[in-house]
Design a protein around this ligand. Sequence first.
Ligand code: NAD
Length: 251
Amino acid sequence: MSKPFRGKVALVTGGGSGIGRATALTFAREGAAVVIADADRQGGEETAAIIAERGGQVLFLCVDVTDPASVERMVATTVERFGGLDCAFNNAGIPDGSRSLLTSSQDNWNRVMAVNLEGVWHCLQAELNHMLKAGQGAIVNNSSRSGLVGVPSDAVYGAAKHGVIGLTRAAAVEFASQGVRVNAVCPGLIETELTRARFGDELANLAKMANPLGRMAQPEEVAEAVVWLCSDAASFLVGVALPVDGGSTAR
Ligand SMILES: NC(=O)c1ccc[n+]([C@@H]2O[C@H](COP(=O)([O-])OP(=O)(O)OC[C@H]3O[C@@H](n4cnc5c(N)ncnc54)[C@H](O)[C@@H]3O)[C@@H](O)[C@H]2O)c1
């Protein structure tokens, strides 16, 4: 069977867990050489080991997306090792540590903004600098359902994720004519470490009410959308914020 991403290089931040890991495995299944960038060495190395075991080309890099120098090194090392960068999924993120806007602290604001919004900005700058020289590329940013609608327990996280859509649209319109497509995905409730830590025992019940399908989604269901957005099959998609949420934002 032909592999549409053979000869391409895909970078996934936060590839050591959850949606990022599932996306890294999907890019590899489709033939891409994959760079996994994560602040968590153990998780990142585990994802890399799975891809290597399956015969894929893979590199793990320990990266903190809040540090622009670390992000620049990530792109430089990717290009040095695999000869280019065709696709990037800016996915690394953390949950909101507060339950209400009223109780969210300055520390929580600083941390959530630094990882979930500034991190995407740093990644976009470094990736675009390379892709614009190459005259081609596809980038997907991970926003959230909380980037499209108001979620009471997610004020700061939601502000960051709305910001991710703003960055996505601005980058999309600025660079489309130079061959780089930028889009975003907006996942609903997905079963990962992040949601298990945030919602604990409430998670299963929340999932039943979260969307018209009445079920939890798995990270692979987001991964397929991301890889499709990066593929030539999505050649006319520019600046979209695609809900992957079982219909949650449709009602
Ligand atoms: N799980 C959901 O329901 C859901 C819904 C909507 C959006 N999202 C978004 O999807 C993305 C991935 O979430 P997940 O659920 O897979 O979470 P996860 O916790 O399973 O994975 C997140 C990964 O990001 C990494 N990371 C965190 N901070 C980092 C940093 N500063 N630099 C580099 N890596 C860092 C973590 O080490 C981890 O491997 C996040 O941006 C999250 O906001 C998740």
